[in-house]
Design a protein around this ligand. Sequence first.
Ligand code: UDP
Length: 456
Amino acid sequence: MSEASGHVLVFPYPFQGHINPMIQLSKRLSKKGLTVTLIIASNNQREPYTSDVYSITVHTIHDGFLSHEHPQTKFNEPQRFINSTTCSLTDFISREKLKINPPKALIYDPFMPFALDVAKELGLYVVAYSTQPWLASLVYYHINEGTYDVPDDRHENPTLASFPAFPLLSQNDLPSFAREKGSYPLLFELVVSQFSNLWRADLILCNTFDQLEPKVVKWMSDQWPVKNIGPMVPSKFLDNLLPEDKDYDLGDFKTEPDESVLRWLASKPAKSVVYVAFGTLAALSEKQMKETAMAIRQTGYNFLWSVRDSERSKLPSGFVEEALEKDYGLVAKWVSQLEVLSHDSTGCFVTHCGWNSTLEALCLGVPLVGMPQWTDQPTNAKFIEDVWKIGVRGKADEEGFVSKEEIARCIVEVMEGEKGKEMRKNVEKLKVLARDAISEGGTSDKNIDEFVALLT
Ligand code: UDP
């Protein structure tokens, strides 16, 4: 570990899936000797929190919304978020600069390009940290450059999309924002505008590793000062790769998982449980939720399904009770996904293919059934199925609906089919490469060391 004492500010985009990898990065930087201040833009101001274990302090800054407004509001009113957060970030950094150990750098999520401008203005070294894979960012980059035109109507453009360093992509493989203009205009603007001023960043980090997306990484590195530092998965789940490391709750802004879930899992035979989870944002249609539930029941496997409270009413009536009574399934409102994926009883993961979930499964050697919903998920699913061959994607109809027969077929294929055996072997190989990348002297670890050396 290098000796260092530099102070760095870390500023995640306030989505759980973006905050988590920033927390992991903060922990790694702290372990390498840096002092870290994690800044969360929120409508609920909390007292600053300092970890007992890491040299990390968490501060909230005001995002311009009232405490009773739903967190989602800020995504519907991005300009209010940008204006207010620009002011509060400027104030915060200015105050930090007057302290004994002033910050030298800001690591920000490129979904907030205004943060780069603020930090440059205040004389900091500025690092963009993309919590999305390059394989999605590259598509957004081409849209911003005007080298890929998003069609007005995807049905009028059935041709395959071609990007450098990529396999050909069908419309269904593209990130949802690149498929059709106007479906989510605000989010479209968000993902594309990350490239509006990225050329001003001193360094670009990404939560991936060189060996996972080599061609895309090579192409990106030719245009930008890129360093891959992932996968950002807590090290306690990586077979004591760093034996002295323990994962401590750093106020991850989520409730603790119910211990009874892990006890239930432990009561099941090895590789017998289908774990199902669609992340923190995706909302399946009621029809798709019911169809998924019926598919799981049809396969007859044990299952554990993480269903947020807001989604629970979409399950078929009696589904949860019957599974509990016959002891073949459990629905929980939140699980520790890493504990579940690293558990012997887990046989496969039915997922929306969010980038964190994909990396977590890959690091823990669990094959996947992909049911991508939107954003980068379809492109991740394409790579999961056709490039890395660590899972299978449920084929959807024109409307994006996947039938119960198809879901059941995919689950059975991964759990016990011939192709499933291959997928398991492939995911084991990637698991080793991922661990090599982040272990001492590995490509991602070296990249972090080089960054830390810049600040000391
Ligand atoms: N997650 C979890 N428990 C759950 C559901 C999700 O710990 O019950 C975590 C999961 O481990 C991952 C994150 O939430 O780190 C979801 O991120 P991802 O990028 O997969 O999807 P998003 O929520 O951004 O769509």
